[in-house]
Design a protein around this ligand. Structure first.
Ligand SMILES: *[C@@H]1O[C@H](CO)[C@@H](O)[C@H](O)[C@H]1NC(C)=O
Length: 454
């Protein structure tokens, strides 16, 4: 008996030492005007959602905004003093001063990796042990820099898990003397499809197969219309936020990275809208598709998704029933597609309407059965779904008219939880007929505005 207890204690210890973790990608440049208190507020919202830390995406140059914001982020995280961690993703494509130099990377790591709030792996709470986690956004041409950078910090050790999705898994396999794991940016479906989860051709299986140290990307959406950067495209979001988490349970990656917390220009933010972070140059202005399109409701079920991931895919008992729901505000055929295409330039492109679906997407977290989930658009016919299990139940309802959206959990003939959502209308206003392919996201029970329902 004693031996068994000791074994159980040991197993628990080692399990926690290599704990799976969930990070969220923060574009530091978009927080250029943040105060320390705003960093604290974001850290607290992220923690409330069960997120373990932020991946700080930084582009060149370091001096100025990035340097200041990184310092504020670390100060805020230290002051919140709650085991929230930060690590860098050196963005080799996003900076105005070109790709990172090895010298700058070495200096920045020297300043921050010993910080208590710098993420380590493997990590034991309240001990600053483990190697410093470091990632990139692209930069595979500079992979050779990392042998020297890593050797500079060999006493701490660097756990290097770059995002080099432009190179294939075999390329990564040939560089396991430099890289410690893989992060892939392939997290949106191609064309009129959901993500490929066929084990024989599933990209997540291939990426995890490089060396088993996989950081899996999870993103809810992708739509961008920024002519200045020649970025006018979308990938199907639709059921993705729910389906991708379910796939996390199959893949069982070491880490999950949510993409993103605050990339407003690509419409995949799950953090609060920060007005000054929305692109607003004359020929790259995202206000028309981000303003009044909150995504906080995508955080509502994160504590449950994350707990399930960390519990080997077994859902924990539900204590509070919740709803999360999202949709575009008019038909995919309304408005002017404005040169936006479905898919990226390296894929076959289609009209947006070919790839996306006119539906209200709903995920309900159910405590007890039976439960009916009812979705109604305006005064049009409602549609009922019977929950099939306690825990997560995901549905979608095809658009059948216009009006405000209502989503309810009904039990014994009475609504026990009601969420309301923005109006579905005929199309964009006549003053600006560009089609907005961003999602409006809601949740219930509602808390203070903008804070999500977690
Ligand atoms: C972490 O970095 C911040 C910002 O530079 C600094 O204020 C803080 O003292 C550092 N903390 C530790 C424990 O190194």
């Amino acid at each position: 008996m004693l031996l068994i207890s000791i074994l159980v204690a040991f197993t628990a210890f080692f399990h926690s030492a290599v704990a799976q973790r969930v990070w969220a990608h923060v574009i530091v440049g978009n927080n250029g005007a943040y105060t320390k208190d705003q960093w604290k507020s974001d850290i607290q919202l992220a923690q409330k959602a069960g997120i373990d830390g932020f991946v700080l995406n930084i582009g060149t140059p370091w001096a100025g905004t990035i340097e200041n914001q990184v310092s504020l982020a670390f100060q805020a995280s230290n002051e919140v003093a709650n085991e929230f961690k930060l690590f860098f993703s050196f963005d080799y494509e996003g900076g105005s001063a070109g790709p990172w130099s090895a010298g700058d990377v070495r200096n920045i790591l020297g300043w921050y990796i010993e910080n208590y709030s710098y993420a380590k792996h493997p990590y034991t709470a309240f001990q600053n042990t483990g190697k410093a986690i470091v990632s990139t956004f692209e930069g595979s041409a500079n992979v050779g820099d990392w042998t020297g950078i890593k050797s500079t910090y060999s006493s701490r050790g660097i756990y290097f898990i770059p995002e080099y999705t432009s190179q294939n898994p075999a390329w990564h396999q040939a560089r396991l003397n430099i890289i410690d794991g893989v992060f892939s940016w392939n997290m949106w479906p191609e064309g009129a499809n959901d993500m490929n989860t066929n084990p024989a051709s599933d990209p997540d299986v291939a990426w995890k197969g490089v060396n088993g140290q996989y950081m899996m990307g999870v993103s809810p959406w992708f739509f961008t219309d920024l002519p200045q950067y020649n970025k006018r495209r979308l990938w199907r979001g639709d059921d993705l936020w729910h389906q991708r988490w379910e796939h996390v349970y199959d893949i069982k990656p070491q880490f999950v990275q949510i993409v993103t917390w605050n990339d407003f220009g690509e419409s995949h933010y799950v953090g609060p809208i920060f007005n000054a972070g929305i692109p607003n140059q004359p020929n790259a202005n995202a206000h028309w598709y981000v303003d009044n399109m909150p995504h906080d409701g995508w955080r509502a079920l994160l504590p449950h998704y994350i707990a399930t991931y960390k519990n080997n895919g077994v859902e924990p008992a539900v204590t509070t029933e919740k709803l999360s729901y999202w949709y575009r505000l008019y038909s995919k055929n309304a408005g002017n597609s404005n040169g936006v295409v479905c898919n990226a330039p390296w894929q076959t492109t289609y009209q947006p309407s070919v790839c996306i679906q006119d539906e209200v997407f709903v995920t309900a977290l159910i405590k007890t059965l039976p439960a009916t989930i009812r979705v109604q658009i305006g005064n049009n016919a409602a549609q009922d779904y019977q929950a099939t299990k306690t825990g997560l139940n995901h549905f979608s309802k095809a658009f059948n008219g216009q009006g405000a959206v209502s989503v309810q959990i009904i039990r014994n003939g009475a609504a026990v939880l009601t969420g309301t959502g923005a109006q579905i209308s005929a199309g964009p206003p006549s003053s600006d007929t560009r089609a907005n392919y961003n999602a409006w996201v809601g949740c219930a029970p509602a808390t203070q505005a903008g804070a999500g329902c977690t």
